[in-house]
Design a protein around this ligand. Structure first.
Ligand code: PLP
Length: 369
């Protein structure tokens, strides 16, 4: 006999997952339904409507891909890249790098346009490169969780569309915590994850596909090299106006949880939710400045849900993080790439984006310093 696992609850203030509300937890624990059960199909339809609202889009093809954010990333590339296609990726952190590596794996001719970590991307350079190479897809990360930068999206669709490209945006850490308006931005391919500002556990990747991208998908000459993520196959299950057919078993309880989480987002209202994230991040910065911490990102470029903080000179960041976890049950994330060893990634995401949590984190940090 083995013992059941009951984890000690911790305050998850790192780059994700974040904590979830009691309502979401209760929804996850409901008795499962069959994935073709009419009640479940109705729920899935509601989830699609709610996702369109949070993504700011009318895109018919908007649904949760089974899998974490990386499954969403892979979905938006595997269905649109054929070997030899040119893909332009703006890189200013880990997730742009991952997009480019995935494009390589799919046989794309990938162009990496690199920008300093902690900065936004330079639109003029992006426009110049797009003109030079005429890519099929331009990829940008809207919320770079490795650096805490929120990428402004205005003008990017013009660059893409004027050069015959689709615009792809990673919205994993922006959806539900920062402005995301796919239609106003002209984004063609977007993906997110449930475990950040939506405050649902990891396991689903909401995606949205513009009509233009659907058209490009139908022009493929080669089969999609993934069965699980093939849009054509998945549409037989999640598409509307046709009889649902089995493709893979939808993770039904995760969909229950996502539905509850999206209801909470809409009940609060997106502008109020963004403002709550803004205030929590601002409070954290105000509270840790006197402790010798410095925000890495300029005020105007900050991703409210994820604040990168440079530690005071000489601080042993790994040892302090371990103490936060062991002594206070508070999790924060370490820095990545050039920020490793000197920077923390502090997430105040979804239900965790409160003044109270900002204060708690600051006082726990003061205690371990
Ligand atoms: N993109 C961004 C911006 C992320 O922050 C993450 C995860 O942290 C991912 C993609 C990948 O998501 P996941 O780890 O859920 O697969």
């Amino acid at each position: 006999m083995t013992n059941a696992f009951f984890p000690t609850e911790k305050l998850l203030l790192g780059p994700g997952p974040s904590n979830v509300s009691p309502r979401v937890l209760a929804a996850l624990g409901m008795p499962p339904l069959g994935h073709l059960d009419p009640d479940f199909i109705e729920l899935m339809e509601e989830v699609k409507v709610l996702l369109r609202q949070v993504f700011g889009t009318q895109n018919e093809v908007t649904f949760p891909v089974s899998g974490t954010g990386s499954a969403g990333m892979e979905f938006t590339l595997v269905n649109w890249i054929e070997p030899g296609d040119r893909v332009l990726v703006a890189i200013n952190g880990v997730f742009g790098t991952r997009l480019a590596n995935l494009a390589d794996r799919l046989g794309a001719q990938t162009t990496r346009l690199e920008f300093p970590w902690g900065d936004v991307i330079d639109k003029n350079q992006l426009a110049q490169k797009a003109e030079d190479i005429k890519p099929k897809i331009i990829c940008v990360v809207n919320g770079e969780t490795s650096t805490g930068v929120y990428q402004p999206m205005d003008g990017l669709a013009e660059i893409a569309h004027d050069n015959g490209a689709l615009l792809l945006a990673d919205c994993v850490t922006s959806l539900g915590g920062m402005p995301v308006n796919l239609d106003a931005w002209g984004v063609d391919l977007a993906y997110s994850g449930t475990q950040k500002c939506l405050s649902c556990p990891p396991g689903l990747a909401p995606v949205s596909v513009s009509p233009r991208a659907v058209e490009v998908f139908h022009q493929r000459k080669t089969p999609v090299p993934s069965f699980y993520l093939d849009l054509g196959e998945i549409l037989k299950y999640v598409g509307t106006g046709q009889k649902r057919a089995y493709h893979h078993t939808a993770p039904v309880n995760m969909i229950f949880g996502l539905h509850a989480a999206l209801c909470e987002v809409m009940e609060e209202g997106i502008p109020a939710r963004i403002e709550r994230h803004r205030q929590a991040a601002a409070r954290l910065i105000t509270k840790v400045l006197p402790l010798g911490f410095e925000p890495v990102v300029k005020a105007e470029n900050r991703l409210y849900p994820l604040t990168t903080l440079r530690l005071p000179e000489g601080a042993d960041e790994a040892a302090l993080r371990v103490r936060l976890l062991h002594e206070h049950r508070v999790e924060v994330g370490g820095g990545l790439g050039p920020f490793a060893g000197t920077v923390w990634r502090c997430g105040l995401m979804g239900v965790n984006a409160t003044i109270r949590n900002a204060d708690t984190l600051a006082s726990c940090i003061a205690d371990v310093l």
